[in-house]
Design a protein around this ligand. Structure first.
Ligand code: SAM
Length: 306
């Protein structure tokens, strides 16, 4: 789509959202959230598909929040692929060290901005409904500051350390006085890799398989959440992983993960699968989702009807 078309559709705005996490959903407008995450979304023509938050990202964040004790007991670090605006990685970083990644300069700058928004407490007290919410924010902010890092990963070019330069207008998204500060993880392996909505097109399937093979420890696990409305990409990806010696498990997203989320995907009533992927023979794997296994090789993968 051309930039002019996006402009005419008013998709050029910077948008700010507060994502509220709690023990149950939906949270009433006046009700207290346990954790508030500030997210800035950027224009689509700067950030592409990662410019805005996807419903699956919010759903995965809810699950991470609810299962944080088990996550802390099982893992000492996490890599997120295709972080987009960074909600899921930021929530994970309140529990364990987390490296968020993406492949566009604008997205990386926006990730730095969103980490800063959630880790800097200056003049934020009047943003909260109650003093208790601000106290929660401050305790999380310190953890996010310590644990959240950013790295560049392009699934198609795994040896590159830095994003290509983009034009001035697209790359003015950093917080005042801050630099991008990317870390180098090119030789690292991770026991936990996560991602939401990564297999949204068939063209990236092989590159994503290679990315996982490179970064996942031999005893590690990969969790992904994706809608069943993304065509054949997810099934192709999972089949390739199975052929490469991975165990592939699918579970349906849990009811609370959907409740009260407002998005175009919810208007279409999309259904999500939670995937757990690990090398055959790995013991004591923490699964993504607790429900019964779904026979993923025999379910229907469609495209969303507009
Ligand atoms: C559909 S978006 C999902 C974003 C985010 N996970 C969420 O749920 O809101 C897919 C993400 O993958 C990233 N991505 C796409 N192609 C990529 C590539 N070749 N290398 C690295 N990241 C890529 C996009 O920039 C985007 O952030």
């Amino acid at each position: 789509m051309q930039v002019e078309q996006l402009l005419s559709m008013q998709k050029q705005k910077i948008k700010r959202r507060v994502i509220r996490l709690s023990d149950s959903y939906p949270i009433k407008k006046s009700g207290a959230a346990k954790q508030n995450i500030f997210i800035r979304e950027i224009p689509i023509c700067s950030g592409g598909v990662g410019a805005g938050l996807w419903e699956a990202g919010e759903m995965m964040s809810r699950w991470i929040y609810r299962n944080s004790d088990a996550i802390k007991a099982n893992f000492t670090g996490c890599l997120e692929l295709g972080s987009g605006v960074g909600l899921t990685g930021i929530v994970m970083s309140t529990f364990i060290p987390t490296v968020m990644t993406d492949y566009k300069q604008a997205l990386l700058q926006n990730l730095r901005y969103n980490i800063w928004s959630n880790s800097d407490c200056t003049d934020k007290d009047d943003l909260f409904n109650t003093p208790a919410e601000f106290t929660y924010f401050k305790s999380h902010a310190e953890l996010i500051k310590q644990n959240a890092q950013i790295a560049y990963i392009d699934w198609f070019d795994l040896n590159q350390l830095n994003p290509p330069e983009e034009d001035f207008e697209r790359a003015q998204l950093l917080p005042f006085n801050q630099s991008l500060n990317l870390i180098n993880i090119i030789s690292n392996k991770f026991n936990l890799i996560i991602g939401s909505e990564l297999n949204y097109c068939v063209e990236t399937v092989d590159a994503l398989v290679n990315t996982l093979e490179k970064y996942l420890n031999k005893n590690g696990v990969f969790w992904e959440i994706i809608s069943l409305f993304r065509g054949v990409g997810p099934k192709l990806f999972m089949t390739k992983l199975k052929n490469n010696g991975f165990e592939v498990e699918a579970r349906e997203a849990e009811e609370y993960m959907y409740n009260g989320i407002e998005s175009c995907q919810r208007k279409r009533n999309e259904t999500y699968m939670m995937w757990t992927i690990y090398k055959k023979g790995t013991a004591n794997v923490m699964t993504f989702g607790n429900g019964p296994l779904v026979d993923w090789e025999n379910i229907e993968y469609t495209l969303a009807a507009e």
